[in-house]
Design a binder for this molecule. Structure first.
Ligand code: FAD
Length: 529
């Protein structure tokens, strides 16, 4: 009875907030009670979806849906669409956004991940066809575990695997394989999507391509991904993981760019993964993302003759595929390393199982959790920087604004634009090669001013201001803006397409309102582009 009253209360709130004209009893009677047994309004569940990894935004939805099937989602979205003014519906993957992207105050959050109370279809591996079908809320770690049973694995990754398939495909999904295979959105054959009208659409490059391209990188704006068919390759068994250090930024970026230019070469003549990071303060050579350098053998920046405070670390891997052994890998690695200009004798190498490499960040997560350092605010800033301006960025940001303190890992690696499908909804800089620069910082309240949320957020603002003033045409990855004008600038020439997609697939602006791209109050004819 109490649950029933709570549900009724939530529906009444929906009606007050969005002005539904349906009688609440009628709504309760026709829809919710019989058709939505998975709709939950208890405070614990509401609380559990009210914040995210960023820990900077808190928004309580009116209810939470724990769906079992695509149909459950479709029914709820249809109800929102067909009611006179609608209410918001936000899919939540694993809630690893930074700025409340999967939150909503005026509606329902759909919990897409697996839980003890729902029974989504398990990943289905089609080993002969080299793909896997997965539920949109599946975590990548579970996708990997299911495909490894067949000796197969997806080709393109994120650094961290406890993210949902639908969540990363709504952004792009990038890691060190992207230079070669493209982002995760370039490795999807087919999707099932529930559009903002509640329609269920199966789509691919050939069937309903407009929906397919719209939702990939679509920030949840055009549909909810309930199934993804992901391309697989034969899984490597092991990985040779190598790090080398640079004190000279242009030597570092030239080497990175040279290595990603080998993407069309046979497998033996290129690395499989290329990333890099900036080391600004000595303590962070072993940052939380991975404890690679042995604590028994600490690397002292001062011992490397860096001459300044900033070092750059190139991080590369070579996979052991069928037929590889440590001798063949030695030879292939040596042939590639001899063309690079890193500081002599700064090679650090380790060998490990493929799964351990892919799941490396989780180990660090467990350590941070045990020290209470995971559940802190994360004012992260991720930028795509055009290749032509990366050295200006280095001077202005790494050596300028950040001074001698980073407060967290800073990743930097280039990607080839031709591996990204222009038809998707994601935006990247207008150059053949662009860099990801990821400032993955954690705010602490330990008395040190430079680690406070205020300080780090201020630095982020300074970085964006610097780029604007220096006319470095960066694009935010996992973007966060607060005004429509900023979103229009972000999308640039793509804005009319994005707007048209919204009007076609979610004309009542129901989906993923936490992204704050489309303000429900804005009049379409007030737009100018
Ligand atoms: P959520 O935060 O739950 O949702 C993100 C957005 O997607 C929301 O707008 C939501 O409404 C929408 N959404 C969620 N599920 C669906 C769905 N099924 N259909 C449609 N829309 C949906 N990103 C990278 O690319 N590479 C990395 O290496 C990487 N590493 C990370 C490491 C950590 C520790 C963290 C916290 C984040 C990392 N990210 C990385 C960022 C991550 O990819 C995004 O934050 C992503 O959105 C998280 O997925 P999620 O499942 O938690 O999504």
């Amino acid at each position: 009875m109490a649950a029933k009253l709570l549900l009724l209360f939530a529906i009444c709130r929906l009606i007050v907030i969005v002005g539904l004209t349906l009688n609440p009893n009628e709504l309760f009677h026709v829809g919710i009670k019989s058709q939505y047994p998975q709709l939950i309004v208890n405070p614990h569940d509401i609380e559990s979806v009210s914040t995210d990894f960023g820990k900077m935004t808190f928004t309580k939805p009116l209810a939470v849906l724990n769906p079992e099937t695509t149909n459950d989602i479709s029914k709820l979205v249809k109800l929102a669409y067909e009611s006179p003014h609608g209410f918001a519906v936000s899919a939540r993957g694993h809630g690893h956004s930074i700025n409340g992207q999967s939150q909503t105050a005026n509606g329902v959050v759909i919990k897409m991940t697996r839980s003890s109370t729902n029974h989504h279809s398990m990943p289905k591996v089609f080993d002969k066809l080299m793909y896997v079908d997965v539920w949109g809320g599946e975590l990548w770690i579970d996708v990997l575990k299911s495909t490894l049973k067949y000796g197969l694995a997806p080709k393109s990754w994120t650094d961290y695997l406890y993210l949902s398939v639908g969540g990363t495909l709504s952004n792009a999904g990038i890691s060190g394989q992207a230079f070669n295979h493209g982002p995760q959105i370039s490795n999807v054959h087919e999707l099932d999507v529930v559009t903002g009208k509640g329609d269920i659409v199966t789509c691919s490059k050939d069937t309903n391509p407009d929906v397919f391209h719209a939702v990939l990188g679509g920030l949840g704006q055009f549909g909810i991904i309930t199934r993804a068919r992901i391309a697989l390759e034969h899984s490597p068994q092991r990985v040779r993981w190598i790090r080398v250090l640079y004190s000279n930024f242009s030597a570092f970026t030239q080497d990175q760019e040279y290595l990603i230019s080998l993407h069309n070469q046979p497998r033996s003549k290129k690395f499989d993964y290329i990333e890099g990071f900036v080391i600004v303060d000595e303590g962070l050579i072993n940052n939380w993302r991975s404890s690679f350098f042995s604590p028994k053998n600490p690397v002292k920046i001062s011992s490397l003759g860096a001459g300044g405070n900033v070092l750059y670390c190139l991080e590369i891997t070579k996979n052991y595929y069928e037929g590889s052994n440590s001798d063949t890998i030695d030879q292939e690695v040596e042939a590639l390393l001899k063309n690079l200009n890193y500081i002599p004798a700064t090679e650090f190498t380790t060998d490990l199982p493929y799964m351990d490499f892919l799941d490396r960040v989780h180990k660090a997560e467990l350590k941070l959790r045990s020290k209470g350092l995971w559940e802190v605010p994360h004012p992260w800033l991720n930028l795509f920087v055009p290749k032509s301006r990366i050295s200006d960025f280095d001077k202005g940001v790494f050596k300028g604004i950040l001074g001698n303190k980073t407060s967290g890992p800073i990743l930097i690696y280039p990607m080839n634009k031709n591996k990204w499908d222009e038809k998707s909804s994601v935006v990247t800089p207008d150059e053949d090669v662009f860099y990801l620069v990821a400032l993955l910082r954690s705010a602490l309240d330990n008395g040190e001013e430079t680690l406070t949320l205020k300080h780090l957020s201020n630095e982020n603002r300074k970085i964006l201001k610097f780029c604007k003033e220096a006319k470095i045409e960066v694009k935010q990855y996992l973007p966060h803006y607060t005004t429509q004008k900023e979103w229009m600038d972000h999308y640039g020439d793509k804005w009319p397409k994005i707007y048209q997609r919204k009007m076609e697939f979610d004309p009542k602006l129901i989906l993923a309102t936490g992204q704050r791209i489309f303000d429900p109050n804005f009049a379409p004819n007030a737009m100018s582009w």
